[in-house]
Design a protein around this ligand. Structure first.
Ligand code: GDP
Ligand code: MG
Length: 357
């Protein structure tokens, strides 16, 4: 931060040399603090409060904005957002429709604050109320963004959903620049590259910029970041410097548990399951207790998630606990339960419990 020095901030550094020597100053300070300590007074109350984050002066030309990642399921939006941020805020899996909520990843650096919005994949055949809500969330983030990253998978030709998204963007993102993030270039053979990329450009001819990337390997991600900043306007900070996401600890914990569950379950289970964190407490012994329920839709799915003698649930729990401990930075006791919640994907009240509006 290059905020203007003020009296109350770093006061020791800012005493002018002709006033008092640093040693004397430190000694006097210690004496005063000692005295006040024994009389119950405080030196802190006397000074002005620290400036809050939005009162701090920003460097000239400071940029800020909201960048929405839009694309069909499984093209690598969540992988790309984590790569752009250089840290994990969104869970990733090989199974389509992993991202159910829109998730914000905030990056604050001296010259900018970028707020990346990861969105559920947009596809053309939503079967459940859940999927409709997911698509609605993705579409709703288009007009709110300062810039759109249209994430496509160049290892495959454009699909109906890509065309639908291009149409949505041409309708709803009229005044916002759209950058093509041509992802999975590591899987694209050079022979087809040019033609394939042109096929994508044709979907949205008035795109502002375009960058082939591999979110998985990190190729060109930094370049893409620079191009994003080129299109971002000057602006203030919208969030405190240290905030990295809008998700609560409870939500992040639920997502990490769901990620572990997605890793080990197959077929209909990943889609039919949800995780609801019901308890999250730091206990006196330093261990964080997390209690969560995995919802499944049918009685027959319960034994699959639990496994023989609880082996599957144990596997999910062990992987999730390790991720949770990394996230929390301390020991975690994870209590996982499986519950049948019939038709939750079409049940308004259940969806609201999971945080869908
Ligand atoms: P999302 O549904 O668009 O958010 O996609 P995810 O980020 O969850 O990724 C879906 C799958 O694609 C995962 O298995 C990722 O590891 C994989 N993936 C993402 N980016 C790339 C990439 O650049 N190259 C390759 N080969 N795979 C990728
Ligand atoms: Mg995703």
């Amino acid at each position: 931060m290059t905020s203007e020095p003020t009296e109350h901030k770093n006061a020791e550094d800012e005493v002018s040399p002709d006033e008092v020597s640093p040693e004397v100053d430190a000694q006097t300070k210690a004496l005063i603090e000692d005295f006040l300590g024994s009389t119950g007074g405080s030196t802190v109350a006397e000074s002005e409060p620290e400036p809050t984050w939005h009162e701090q002066a920003l460097p000239e030309g400071h940029k800020s904005g909201f960048v929405a990642l839009i694309g069909r399921p499984n093209v690598g939006k969540s992988t790309l957002i984590n790569a752009l941020l250089g840290r994990k805020v969104a869970i990733v899996s090989r199974k389509p429709q992993t991202t159910r909520n829109r998730i914000m990843g905030i990056q604050t650096q001296p010259q900018h604050q970028l707020i990346f919005i990861d969105t559920p994949g947009i596809h053309t055949k939503p079967r459940y109320r859940l999927n409709k809500k997911m698509i609605e969330q993705a579409i709703a983030s288009i007009p709110d963004a300062d810039l759109i990253l249209f994430v496509v998978d160049v290892s495959a030709p454009p699909q109906d959903a890509d065309r639908r998204i291009a149409q949505l963007l041409s309708e709803k993102a009229t005044k916002r620049p759209v950058i093509f993030a041509l992802n999975k270039m590591d899987k694209l053979s050079l022979e087809y590259a040019e033609k394939r990329i042109e096929n994508y450009w044709e979907l949205l001819p008035n795109y502002a910029d375009s960058m082939p990337v591999s979110a998985l390997h990190g190729t060109n991600v930094q370049k893409l970041h620079t191009h994003i900043l080129d299109h971002i306007p000057e602006g203030p900070r919208y969030y405190p410097d240290e905030q990295i996401t809008d998700q609560t600890e409870w939500q992040i914990a639920g997502e990490l548990i769901r990620e572990a569950m997605l890793r080990y379950t197959h077929q209909e289970i990943p889609h039919a399951a949800a995780v609801l964190v019901e308890d999250f407490q730091k206990r006196d012994n330093g261990v964080t207790y997390i209690g969560a329920r995995i919802w499944v839709e049918r009685e027959s799915q319960k034994p699959i998630v639990i496994g023989k003698k609880g082996s599957m649930l144990k596997r999910i729990g062990t992987t999730a606990r390790k991720e949770l401990e990394r996230f929390i930075g301390g020991k975690v006791y994870l209590d996982l339960w499986v519950k049948v919640q019939p038709k939750w994907r079409d049940h308004e009240a259940r969806l609201q419990e999971l945080g869908f509006k």
